[in-house]
Design a protein around this ligand. Structure first.
Ligand code: ZN
Ligand code: FE
Length: 239
């Protein structure tokens, strides 16, 4: 299984999970169809599944076109089936979705939206976190409570540390500046910022991160209780 990072819109990332043994692929959160089609064109890769973490337009915008072009099946959270366009396969919390060589556990992680899920490809130790966990940040709380978001992040924190984190946006540098402001003595964070700056200078994504790095550097994962987490989230909303 290999992952291709596809830049979409202004700062979104969609991801192709490609199985070279069968020339088939899944796409996670296609913001728009064009960049995905551009990548797949001439490569003879069949786009079989469209995986959506949540219903926001910048994560589902390509569903319709891609389904029409490739006949792919759209996969999303059952409770959000009226908000995920073209949904075919309805998943529940803790369900293991398996098709061909693709296998992922679904985790319901509300907070950013009430129906937000992540896809944990546990065999490959990859997780697609949408707009819940970003590198060095977390999503805004639109439909949930601080407590729900805190619990959702705790679920992700419990995964193996070497898990690679693929999130929905390239927000890492701005997130890093926020972390640095409120965690200025964190040596690991300083190292991570140097790495990020080099990546961005070269024009390459700062994604994937690893859970280990996030546990060391992401101030939202380092918050000890929901009160301190809530304060940080409020500060970040006005940063
Ligand atoms: Zn969103
Ligand atoms: Fe988004």
């Amino acid at each position: 299984m290999r992952i291709e990072i596809i830049s979409c819109l202004r700062d979104n990332y969609s991801y192709l999970i490609i199985d070279d043994s069968s020339n088939s692929a899944c796409v996670v959160d296609p913001s728009e169809s064009k960049p995905i089609i551009n990548f797949l064109e001439n490569k003879n890769i069949e786009l079989r599944y469209i995986l959506n973490t949540h219903h926001h337009y910048d994560h589902i915008g390509g569903n319709k076109d891609l389904k029409r072009k490739y006949g792919s099946e759209v996969i999303g959270f059952k409770a959000d089936s009226d908000r995920i366009p073209e949904i075919d396969i309805l998943l529940e919390d803790n369900q293991i979705w398996k098709a061909e060589n693709f296998e992922a556990k679904i985790m319901h992680i509300p907070g950013h939206t009430s129906g937000h899920i992540c896809f944990h490809f546990f065999k490959e130790k990859l997780i697609f976190t949408g707009d819940t966990l970003f590198s060095l940040g977390c999503g805004r709380i639109f439909e949930g409570s601080y407590g729900e978001m805190f619990e959702s992040l705790n679920k992700i924190k419990a995964l193996p540390k070497e898990t690679k984190i693929y999130c929905g946006h390239e927000y890492t540098l701005n997130n890093a500046k926020f972390c640095r402001k409120y965690d200025s003595k964190n040596k690991e964070l300083q190292k991570k910022i140097e790495k990020i700056e080099k990546q961005l200078e070269k024009g390459i994504p700062t994604i994937p991160s690893t859970l280990k790095e996030e546990l060391e550097c992401n101030i939202f994962l380092r918050a000890k209780d929901v009160e301190s987490f809530s304060k940080l989230r409020d500060l970040k909303d006005n940063f």
